[in-house]
Structures are given as structure tokens and as C-alpha cells.
Design a binder for this molecule. Structure first.
Ligand SMILES: NC(=O)c1ccc[n+]([C@@H]2O[C@H](COP(=O)([O-])OP(=O)(O)OC[C@H]3O[C@@H](n4cnc5c(N)ncnc54)[C@H](OP(=O)(O)O)[C@@H]3O)[C@@H](O)[C@H]2O)c1
Length: 199
């Protein structure tokens, strides 16, 4: 398969790339790394990405930022970061990419365990991850031509413990290589509307 990975240079993206690259042709994209450059917040740039990349069998998104901070100081502007970035950024890829996918092709988006297991200072992440998972379930029943859409929902990665581990005391981190297997199942399997939990 020819697989577009947006966010291929990141912690999750690198692991997904290495899990898929022996069996598939990988097309890497990112904001500042990769053969193709795109800012997923800008639907115009996402449309241009697909025009440049052309027909593709699977699209993976391992990009998306949210603001972490206490609810007491959360603002609409800070919540808006996650809505525009991790939520709409990934949805922009689905909106613009659906006509470029071959029959039976798939989207695999990235959410996170915070949709189900809230922790302090992560209300934005929980909100966005939950919305994305609902979008995936809804889009799955409408996509034509056997197109599929799933999400992978990891908990904190071992590789991200230095940066984010202080938020996840008491939670067992998972290796990126294990998270990557869920993306392989989503792409090579038959499921649609699924949220693959890796925690
Ligand atoms: N790491 C974890 O423990 C963990 C756990 C659960 C869920 N997640 C979720 O997994 C996703 C990836 O996390 P990560 O830790 O791998 O992040 P990361 O290491 O910071 O990598 C982010 C990747 O996304 C790309 N990117 C960022 N903003 C972009 C934009 N506007 N347009 C296009 N590409 C953009 C970056 O590209 P450039 O480098 O080219 O800018 C980079 O390749 C996030 O949504 C995160 O919430 C992560």
C-alpha cells in the first residue's frame, strides 16, 4: 500500500513509520519535516497536500496539539488551540482526503486515553479526544466505496515520559512500538469506526 503519514517525524509517527515501512510505501508529511510540508490547521494547505501526493491507500495522522493547564485558568482561547489543532487538523485530513483514497482505503487518526480516563490539567485533551472518537464513529457509517476510518488511543508513551510523565503518575507507560501495532491493525485490518485503545 501507499500510505501517507502526517506527523511522521514525531514520537508516535516515527514508530508507526518503522512498523509499516518494510511492507508498504510510506509518504511522510509534517509541518517542518518530511517529503511533503503541510499545516493541518489550514484546510487550503491540506487540499494542496492531497493534490501533490495524489492517490493514496491509507492516511495516518499522528499530529495534533492541545493546551495542558488547570481548569481554574483554562480559557476559551486555550481550549480553542486543541479544537483547531488536534480536532479540526485531523478532521481536515478526512474532509480533504476522502476523494484521494483508493476503494477500501483507510484513515487512522490519533486520540488518547484521556477521552476515557481524565487526569488533572487535561480537560482540553479529554474534550478533543472524545470529540474525535465520536467523529470517527459517525464518519465510518457515511464514508463511501468501502473507505474505513479508525482512531488509535494511546496512553502516555515510554518515550514521552520525560516530557509528560509528571501528568501521568500511577499510569503505566506503553512503548511506541506497541502503539504502532494498533495503526498496523487499523490499516491492514477490516474494522471501521473502531477506537484501538493502547493502555
Ligand atoms: N506521546 C504520547 O505519549 C502520546 C500519548 C497519547 C496520545 N498522543 C497523541 O499523539 C499525537 C502525536 O504525539 P507525539 O508525542 O508523537 O507528538 P510529537 O513528537 O510532538 O510529533 C508531532 C508530529 O506532528 C507534526 N505536526 C505538528 N503540528 C502539525 C501541523 N499543524 N501540521 C502538520 N504536522 C504537524 C510534527 O511535524 P514537524 O516535526 O514536521 O513539525 C511532528 O511530526 C498527538 O496528537 C498526541 O496528543 C501522544
Amino acid at each position: 500500500m501507499r500510505i501517507l503519514i502526517v506527523g511522521a517525524s514525531g514520537t508516535v509517527g516515527q514508530a508507526v513509520t518503522s512498523a509499516l515501512s518494510s511492507q508498504h510505501e510510506i509518504v511522510k508529511a509534517g509541518r517542518s519535516h518530511g517529503e511533503f510540508r503541510v499545516d493541518i490547521l489550514d484546510i487550503g494547505k491540506v487540499r494542496s497536500l492531497f493534490k501533490e501526493v495524489g492517490t493514496i491507500d491509507a492516511v495516518v495522522c499522528t499530529a495534533g496539539n492541545v493546551h495542558f493547564g488547570p481548569l481554574a485558568t483554562m480559557s476559551a482561547e486555550k481550549l480553542w488551540i486543541g479544537l483547531q489543532d488536534k480536532l479540526m487538523g485531523q478532521i481536515n485530513l478526512v474532509l480533504a482526503g476522502q476523494t484521494y483514497l483508493t476503494d477500501g482505503g483507510s484513515f487512522t487518526l490519533t486520540t488518547g486515553s484521556l477521552s476515557q480516563i481524565p487526569i488533572r490539567e487535561a480537560s482540553s485533551a479529554s474534550m478533543v479526544d472524545g470529540a474525535l472518537e465520536s467523529f470517527v464513529r459517525a464518519a465510518a457509517i457515511e464514508l463511501p466505496r468501502g473507505l474505513r476510518i479508525n482512531a488509535v488511543s494511546p496512553t502516555i508513551l515510554q518515550e514521552s515520559m520525560d516530557a509528560f510523565g509528571h501528568y501521568f503518575h500511577g499510569y503505566e507507560p506503553v512503548p511506541a512500538s506497541r502503539v504502532a501495532l494498533a495503526y498496523v491493525r487499523s490499516i491492514e485490518g477490516a474494522q471501521t469506526g473502531e477506537v484501538y485503545k493502547v493502555w
